[in-house]
Design a protein around this ligand. Structure first.
Ligand SMILES: NC(=O)c1ccc[n+]([C@@H]2O[C@H](COP(=O)([O-])OP(=O)(O)OC[C@H]3O[C@@H](n4cnc5c(N)ncnc54)[C@H](OP(=O)(O)O)[C@@H]3O)[C@@H](O)[C@H]2O)c1
Length: 279
């Protein structure tokens, strides 16, 4: 059952409802969330990391080590909304450019073509399977234990691989803590644009590098070969402390309000109740 999962067994702290131990709703893997690198360090009240942590991130930013011991590369190619007809070439271009992490999902309706791209890089000997970190995801409607292996088998078949490195279960809610920049596109935000100008980088590179320095594995989606390459050029430079600090001034808001969970007759009678007043 778990032969598709490489590396050490996951250490669920409670019964795993699906018995697929890399699924993110198992507590053992929650702790291995991609935003939880092992080098430690404290976050300040704004959720930003201490200078010591930032320095540590800078020293070892190419991957993070999960609590399972698996290494997740800090930059992965996003494939959501990548069109069939383009995504296979995007995967090929990304791996050639140095990406070793591909973020997929059955729900993106393009895993079969992602699989063609993966097969090509493997057939051409550009990388070996074990050099890649492939993520896929279980869609909401497949959470019943009997549905999980069927969904996973479909994904493995489409990706032309016999295991994935990470299999995440979609939650209907997403992460309650998920934030986004308030009012406006990230790449046009003055803090990002100004840092990019000072560092001689593009706003996209600065945004991605900020994510890595925060300890997150970032997943830029692109089907444009030039942007795919540029998005990977985030390793031999870093955002210095004084510029990095400016990012904590960017106002954020919750990515989802979860209004669909509010019902005057239900458990949560208002948005404020759902979020414990933190909205
Ligand atoms: N957002 C979510 O809710 C979500 C949920 C689960 C997983 N993910 C994963 O995360 C990945 C990223 O998702 P995202 O929504 O955050 O998208 P994103 O990667 O922030 O943005 C993608 C958009 O940015 C453009 N782009 C890429 N590189 C660029 C650059 N250097 N300069 C300017 N524009 C650039 C892309 O166009 P081109 O393709 O034309 O370059 C595309 O239109 C997804 O593909 C998926 O794998 C996302």
């Amino acid at each position: 059952m778990e032969s598709w999962l490489r590396g050490p067994a996951y250490n669920c702290s409670g019964p795993c409802p699906t018995r697929l131990h890399s699924i993110c709703h198992c507590r053992g893997v929650e702790a291995a969330d991609i935003s939880a690198p092992t080098f430690g360090g404290r976050q300040n009240r704004t959720g930003h990391q201490s200078v010591g942590t930032q320095r540590a991130v800078r020293r070892m930013a190419t991957h993070f080590v999960l609590n399972t011991g698996a290494k997740i590369p800090s930059v992965g190619l996003g494939t959501w909304q990548s069109d069939n007809g383009l995504v296979g070439d995007a995967v090929y271009a990304a791996v050639k450019a140095g990406y070793r992490h591909i973020d997929c999902a059955q729900a993106y309706n393009n895993e079969k073509e992602v699989g063609f791209g993966l097969k090509k890089v493997l057939d051409e000997g550009i990388v070996k399977r074990e050099d890649l970190f492939i993520t896929s995801k279980l869609w909401n409607t497949n959470h019943a234990p009997e549905d999980v292996p069927v969904a996973l088998d479909g994904t493995l078949k489409n990706l032309q691989t016999d295991y994935v490195d990470l299999y995440l279960a979609y939650s209907p809610l997403g992460s309650p803590g998920t934030m986004m920049v308030k009012a406006g596109a990230v790449l046009e935000h003055p803090v990002v644009v100004s840092a990019a100008e000072k560092l001689g980088k593009t706003p996209a590179q600065v945004a991605l590098r900020w994510g890595i320095q925060m300890g997150h594995s970032v997943l830029p989606k692109s089907t444009d070969e030039e942007r795919i390459r540029a998005n990977f050029d985030v390793y031999d430079w870093s955002i210095p402390d004084e510029l990095f600090a400016k990012f904590s001034e960017i106002e954020q808001e919750k990515l989802i309000r979860a209004g669909f969970f509010v019902d005057p007759e239900g458990v949560f009678k208002s948005i404020e109740e759902f979020w414990d007043g933190e909205i």
